[in-house]
Design a protein around this ligand. Structure first.
Ligand code: IMO
Ligand code: MG
Length: 457
């Protein structure tokens, strides 16, 4: 069976740590969508690794596969591989020939479009990595794939078709000069061809037909883990469009983006990763937000603005809530149960991992948005449009807080050693989602976890 890891919220739920925790039994770890917009932190033997593209399992010496559903910036890929090598690791990375390539002009177009949108406060708050424009070209059947980089003539043909279109877009639609932008040579066919056919040479030994590669690996008895990036509410279909990424982080994406059949992924475990509170880096509604939009945060009229900012700052600092990729301070809020119900339904979680339980320690009370009220009606899940979601007011439940504990000792002693109030909180989450908790994160390291169950391969 396979094990699929899915973010249940807005990204940054601590997926990398769980991949690492349960990666021991895996032989192959696969990214199935997204690109270097992800930021996964893995702490191993006191060393901290920050990865954007290379699957987290690479830190443990697993084979890492970038599936066909990914968009790949070869510059980032080789920077990461080289920096892991410098630190004494020798990552074995395979890249799907069907995966699409992020080209420099995709990044430029990402930032131009965000600038234009920001004039009317419409920006998504993307990571600026060119993710959206690359998936646009994939769907528009004008993209460049990893397989094309291996064949210089094909690469030239593709570039000669697409680059003039992008130049015209920059000039005629945005009124800018493509040769006078921050990014040098982003719209120059020859320069692109030279740089990217060179990547092609380096990729030759890494390129695979991913679906076939993974199917054969399974036939050989290898255990495959599918490593999610981003989160359910960032999913282009199931997230809060348009404040989403351009791919499918939910479990369905794991089949399409890896080439493993739905039955294979569906027969396996799907573990939903939950952060014990909520964080968000980009724009969009957040009914349980603390601070930031305090004045508009429903359910908080009775409390002072200062108190919320203080709480938000406290959690942000305690949880180190700053973007791994961009360094942006994240918005924070209480756990949002309608969001988790939506995520559990969309991906069919067989187990949960709840992270950052230690971050909330020391608070007198901890709240959860249990349901929403939408236009006077109770709503138990996330509505389909962002406009409706914006009108949702959270109805909060309050839990008694739990104290700081010696987390190392708790991890060693197990679940019963965790403060009772924390256990009440966790059992509420598990009951509401009708899904067992497999692991509880009480610190950033692999050892700082309480493991209740192991997913079965
Ligand atoms: P990990 O894997 C959190 C967000 C961006 C923005 C939206 C679209 O670390 O959980 P994009 O650059 O993808 O076009 O941006 O998605 N976003 C993430 N937020 N964690 C991530 O990845 C994210 N990847 C994208 O902030 O709101
Ligand atoms: Mg991240």
């Amino acid at each position: 069976m396979t094990v699929t890891i899915v973010g249940s919220q807005l990204g940054d739920e601590g997926k990398g740590g769980v991949v690492d925790l349960y990666g021991d039994a895996a032989d192959v770890v696969v990214r199935y969508q997204g690109g270097d917009n992800a930021g996964h932190t893995v702490v191993e033997g006191g060393e901290t690794y920050k990865l954007s593209l290379v699957p987290s399992g690479a830190v443990r010496g697993k084979i890492g596969v970038l599936g066909n559903g990914c968009v790949i910036n070869p510059r980032t890929l080789f920077e990461e591989i080289d920096s892991l090598r410098e630190r004494g690791l020798d990552p074995d990375i395979r890249v799907a020939e069907r995966a699409h390539v992020i080209l420099p002009f995709h990044r430029v177009l990402d930032s131009i479009e965000e600038d234009v949108k920001s004039e009317d406060d419409q920006e998504v708050g993307t990571t600026g990595r060119g993710i959206g424009p690359t998936y646009e070209d994939k769907a528009g059947r004008r993209g460049v794939r990893i397989g094309d980089l291996l064949e210089p003539d094909v690469l030239r043909e593709r570039l000669e078709y697409v680059v003039p279109q992008k130049r015209a877009l920059v000039e005629d639609v945005y009124g800018l000069d493509p040769d006078d932008l921050e990014y040098p040579n982003a719209f120059d066919v020859d320069a692109l061809h030279e740089e990217f056919s060179e990547y092609g040479r380096r990729l030759e030994s890494m390129a695979v037909n991913a679906g076939q590669f993974l199917t054969e690996a399974r036939a050989d008895g290898k255990n495959v883990m599918l490593e999610g990036a981003q989160g359910t509410l960032l999913d282009i279909d199931h997230g809060n469009y348009p404040y989403v990424t351009s791919s499918n982080p939910t479990a369905g994406g794991a089949c399409v983006g890896s080439g493993l059949a739905p039955g294979v992924v569906g027969d396996g475990e799907v573990i939903g990763i939950v952060k014990a509170y909520l964080s968000r880096v980009g724009s969009g509604p957040m009914p349980t937000e603390l601070g930031g939009v305090v004045g508009d945060t429903p359910g908080y009229d009775e409390q002072g603005e200062g108190e919320h900012e203080e709480l938000a700052t406290y959690i942000r600092e305690a949880g180190d809530e700053y973007g791994t990729v961009t360094g942006r301070p994240r918005r924070v809020g209480w756990l949002d149960m309608p969001m988790l119900r939506h995520a559990a339904r969309a991906s069919g979680f067989t187990g949960l991992a709840v992270n950052h339980v230690d971050t909330l320690a020391g608070l007198e009370e901890v709240k959860v948005g249990h349901t929403y009220t939408l236009d006077g009606e109770e709503c138990r899940t996330v509505p389909a449009t962002t406009e409706q979601w914006e009108r949702c007011e959270a109805t909060f439940r309050t839990f008694d807080g739990w104290p700081e504990q010696d987390w190392g000792a708790v991890a060693e002693a197990g679940y019963e050693a965790l403060d009772e109030n924390a256990r009440v909180y966790l059992e509420y989450i598990s009951d509401e989602l009708d899904t067992p908790i497999y692991a509880i994160g009480i610190g950033p390291g692999r050892e700082q976890s309480i493991v209740l169950d192991e997913p079965e391969y």
